[in-house]
Design a protein around this ligand. Structure first.
Ligand code: SF4
Length: 460
């Protein structure tokens, strides 16, 4: 019999875990009680609510064991590639070779939240002159210096050009501290001139052909470095196979998102959707396991949709969410306020789009890199958001600002105005720091007000 979907606490997960174990739950080697991660200092976990499925348990355990996985990979002789400011390009290349593991040092962004500021990471960043006027990604500096989170990679890459000021400054500081970085450039994506050769990118943006050729030449440099590190050639056949595998992840996520955002009852909570989407960027340091984890989650969602079961009532307000939240707990808060996620743009929609398989592989990856919503203008980004809002039938837009983030100062306003003009739906902006405990009543008020407006508009 299908289990009724519920959001449960960490404590309740312990009981549920015993129940699943007795029922013969299969556990991968990283499996186990979710509450054990508290011992690693991940104290925020005790304040979240989780989906109660075995698939969600596996998703969370997979996410929370990434550091162990990286240390194990190194111990097994694999080479580690840290892909900074890279949302899904270099990892596809790295995972095309068996002895490389790519990871995303920028993921340290969430450490201040998950460990509830109980680490020295932000203090170290402060001491290095990267204070709270920068976005929480500054925690990455501390993670490099302490070596207490991810292992220092054998190759560290970072994209420049169409990159936020925060990350440019932080990566340069890291470089100045002696960490060698292989820089590569993604230019600001501009609109093609009327008579210029141009290409429609996956996701719908257009770019001049010469910009794609430039990015492809940059990727060629990276390919050479990756081959040297791996001691193995990354020929077209291997890269094409790597792209095909990355597309399995993307197609699972596309189906998961489509079902989750459009089903009558929300079949998966907003928090688990966010975690699942993040796997697209760098596969949480294990591409094969990402595929298995997402497959399990998708099966659970399909089962729930088929059985007509899910979260909240069918009248829950359908919210499109822009930007990831620094405090994961805010995703739970949305559901507390009778809101459900119906579309997302967490800064990496291009990492969810299918990579073309009918092009030379490096050209296909160059197109994907340029399709990054953040590589072009805010107007472009807003147009994609509008298209996705229409496609998923969202009734309101919520833009969560990231404290200190250079692109958030005005971009939210630009996006909000365009969406209001084009779609005539309510828009709110909230700011979400790594811990929102002290401002929870204010956030709740704002979310409740948004939900109320949506429900009132339905009656008109
Ligand atoms: S400023 Fe924005 S894009 Fe840049 S690292 Fe921070 S969250 Fe990411």
């Amino acid at each position: 019999m299908t289990e009724i979907p519920r959001q449960i606490t960490l404590q309740e997960w312990d009981q549920r875990y015993e129940q699943l174990q007795r029922a013969g739950l299969y556990q991968p080697d990283y499996g186990g009680l979710l509450s054990r991660h508290i011992e690693d200092g991940d104290t925020r976990l005790s304040k979240l609510r989780y989906d109660n499925s075995a698939a969600a348990l596996r998703l969370w355990n997979f996410l929370l064991t990434e550091e162990d996985r990286l240390h194990k990979a190194r111990a097994e002789g694999k080479k580690l590639v840290g892909t900074m400011k890279d949302l899904g390009t270099i990892p596809v290349m790295a995972y095309s070779l068996d002895n490389l593991v790519a990871f995303y040092p920028d993921g340290a962004w969430w450490i201040p939240c998950v460990m509830e500021l109980n680490t020295s990471l932000l203090r170290i960043a402060d001491q290095l002159g990267i204070d709270e006027s920068f976005c929480p990604v500054r925690a990455m500096l501390g993670a490099f210096l302490t070596g207490g989170h991810f292992p220092i990679p054998d190759l560290l890459t970072c994209s420049v050009g169409a990159t936020c000021d925060d990350f440019s400054a932080i990566a340069q500081r890291l470089n100045g501290l002696g960490y060698a970085i292989l820089w590569w450039e993604i230019p600001h994506r501009r609109h093609p001139e009327p008579d210029e050769a141009a290409v429609k990118l996956p996701g719908g943006f257009r770019a001049p052909k010469c910009q794609i050729e430039f990015v492809e030449s940059e990727l060629q440099r990276l390919k050479t470095a990756i081959e040297e590190l791996a001691g193995e050639r990354l020929d077209e056949k291997k890269l094409a196979a790597g792209i095909k595998k990355a597309n399995i992840v993307r197609s699972y996520l596309a189906e998961l998102r489509q079902l989750t955002f459009t089903a009558e009852l929300s079949p998966l909570p907003a928090l688990e959707v966010l975690i699942a989407e993040m796997l697209a960027i760098h596969f949480c340091s294990d591409q094969n396991e990402t595929i298995v984890v997402l497959k399990g989650l998708l099966e659970e969602v399909k089962t729930r949709v088929k059985a007509g079961i899910g979260f909240l009532s069918p009248d829950a307000a359908r919210i499109f969410w822009v930007n990831p939240v620094a405090d994961l707990q805010v995703m739970n808060l949305l559901e507390d306020c009778n809101g459900r996620i119906c579309g997302t743009e967490y800064l990496f929609t291009h990492a969810l789009d299918i990579i073309p398989q009918d092009l030379p592989p490096l050209e296909a990856l160059a197109q994907m890199a340029l399709a990054d919503p953040m590589a072009g203008s805010s107007i472009d980004r807003a147009s994609r958001i509008c298209a996705d809002i229409r496609a998923f039938g969202a009734e309101a837009l919520l833009i969560s600002r990231i404290p200190g983030a250079s692109h958030c100062a005005l971009e939210g306003q630009v996006i909000g105005e365009i969406v209001r003009d084009k779609l005539d739906i309510p828009v709110i902006e909230i700011e979400v720091p790594p811990l929102t405990d002290s401002m929870r009543p204010t956030l709740r008020n704002r979310l409740e007000a948004l939900v109320e407006i949506v429900l009132k508009r339905r009656k008109k």
